[in-house]
Design a protein around this ligand. Sequence first.
Ligand code: DGL
Length: 270
Amino acid sequence: MTFNKEQAIGIFDSGVGGLTVAGAIRNILPHENIIYFGDTAHLPYGDKSSDSIKYYSKKIADFLIEQNCKVVLIACNTASAHAYEEVKKYLGDKVKVFNVIDPVIDYISNLTNLTNVGVIGTKGTIASGTYSRKLKEKMPDVDVSCLATPLLAPMIEEGFIFDDISNAIIRTYLSNPKLKAVNPLILGCTHYPIIRNQIRKFFDFNVKVIDSGHLVAVLIKDYLNRNKLLNYDNHPKYRFCVSDYTVLFENISEMFFEDEVKLEMIDLWK
Ligand code: DGL
């Protein structure tokens, strides 16, 4: 397939959490057109079966191909864990597919003196075993401690971020003995960068807290550069599509993207 630089970067997530990754893409690649799809009709993916996540992800990938995207980024850890291989096979040589797990694994495997890497994420991401398998493949001598923290994503979506409720939930999860000796800690959910500082504070700023946004954005920039697909538009176009529109989604989208967001409803399943 041949592409041109004006074609958009296609990004999808189960909902609006992936907008933290879209924001990182915009920061590193400010001249790129972006089409974002949030599958708000089916979230949370963290509680869905692997087969459902694969089915939804392929349908969204079809949509992004119809929109002529020059790359596809799965900006959801749960979909990256369950559906990346399937989507990659499904799209074949139509387009390059990125996920949000591999860039973090590659980054961490280049760090030295690690003894215990921690991962927090949705039930689906942790149950898939993807992080521990991939980390162990690259670093067999390092311990990996994974913990499902399913209340964090809805907590953030409900706006509990700097208060007693969020402090109690964060403290309860992070005091789990599994996470006692971890460093670094991977934020294995695209919602979690919103509470990165509270997480760092819990560990007295002594634990390195890593998320995928910046890392995957740098990787995509490098890919576009090598393939002469970098865009130089000073007025790039952003489209934010969701499979179910509510005013609440629109309002919280702006918190994740850190800019104005107008959602467009596109029902892929009608
Ligand atoms: N944004 C999703 C992730 O990174 C989590 C939300 C969900 O469960 O749908 O895994």
